[in-house]
Design a protein. Structure first.
Length: 81
C-alpha cells in the first residue's frame, strides 16, 4: 500500500510541475493560431479560430486545475482519513 501512495505522490508532483508550463504553451499556441487565422480565407478562418478558442479554453482550465490541485489534494486526504 505504501508503494502505491509513493507512486501516486510522485505522479502528482510531476504533473504539478508540468502543468503551468503546459498551460502557458497552450495559451501561446492559441494566440499564434488566432493570428495565423486572420490570414486565411473565410471558410478556413472559422476552423482555425475554433481551434484557437479550444486551445485557449484548455489552457485556462488546466491552469485552474493545477492552481487548485493542492487544495483538492488536502480536502480529499482529510475526507479519506
Amino acid at each position: 500500500m505504501a508503494y502505491i501512495e509513493s507512486l501516486l505522490t510522485s505522479i502528482s508532483l510531476s504533473l504539478m510541475n508540468i502543468g503551468p508550463t503546459l498551460s502557458l504553451i497552450l495559451i501561446l499556441l492559441a494566440g499564434i493560431m488566432y493570428a495565423l487565422a486572420q490570414a486565411q480565407p473565410p471558410e478556413q478562418r472559422g476552423k482555425w479560430v475554433t481551434w484557437a478558442t479550444n486551445l485557449l479554453i484548455g489552457g485556462i482550465v488546466l491552469a485552474v486545475i493545477v492552481g487548485g490541485a493542492t487544495v483538492i489534494r488536502d480536502i480529499s486526504s482529510q475526507a479519506l482519513t
